[in-house]
Design a protein around this ligand. Sequence first.
Ligand SMILES: C[S@@+](CC[C@H](N)C(=O)[O-])C[C@H]1O[C@@H](n2cnc3c(N)ncnc32)[C@H](O)[C@@H]1O
Length: 251
Amino acid sequence: MTAVARERRGLARPLAHRETQARELMDDPECNLTALERTYTHFRVVNALVSGWRRVYTARMRPLLSPDRTTSVLDIGCGGGDVPRAFARWAARDGLALEITAIDPDPRAAAFTAAQPPVPGLAFERTTSSELVDAGARFDIVTSNHLLHHLEPGERDALLADSQVLARTVAVHNDIARSAVAYGAYHLGTLPWLRRTDDATFIHDDGLLSIRRSYRPGELAAVVPPGWRVERQFPYRLLLVHEGRTGGAHA
Ligand SMILES: C[S@@+](CC[C@H](N)C(=O)[O-])C[C@H]1O[C@@H](n2cnc3c(N)ncnc32)[C@H](O)[C@@H]1O
């Protein structure tokens, strides 16, 4: 492998420092649409394997839900929408009343989610967290997946301020915890998806860059405002949690 190829794949960069300059291929508004849509499809597999939402749902969300009273969830930066779809599936299986709003301002994400089969109790909207704050929207639970590492410091601060306003009970931002082991494991695990042509998938390259852009728990704890708590989740995950203004989901 040439030095350029090593650099392209991030192998030459130490993981001691967080990458803040390189941007993911999917963030390029001019990126190949077919590859982006394949990447949204592949997120479903990757998220199911690595993101640990089932545990978050079981331990933190399900205890707040009821079969009789509807609990509202806002998923911010939903991308292809597989995580809110999983919430809807799990709550339906548990017989619990959940109403989910999943938002993303990216028109390509909006087109992708609009083309998927509808799911009862799940609505996708093309908007931002700050527009919802301005509109006076409120939700019992606010979530995001793989959003924090995407954001510049000002965007991150704005997201957290928005989340505090939007979440009545709890906000949980779930992301990767940067580590060399996670990087190596992801590199090997996604080799079958290695981008061979421009229109394949970004899942390998963008996933590796996501790990390089992600925080270590101490780094994130050092930059979030008071009231936010960083928790580790096995393996190589972190949860940024804010308990909301009310003591229960239906207050
Ligand atoms: C890497 S994607 C994550 C997609 C999805 N959550 C997943 O894990 O597969 C991050 C998404 O967040 C969206 N985003 C960034 N800032 C946002 C904000 N303030 N409100 C809503 N969405 C936002 C971007 O458009 C992008 O699609």
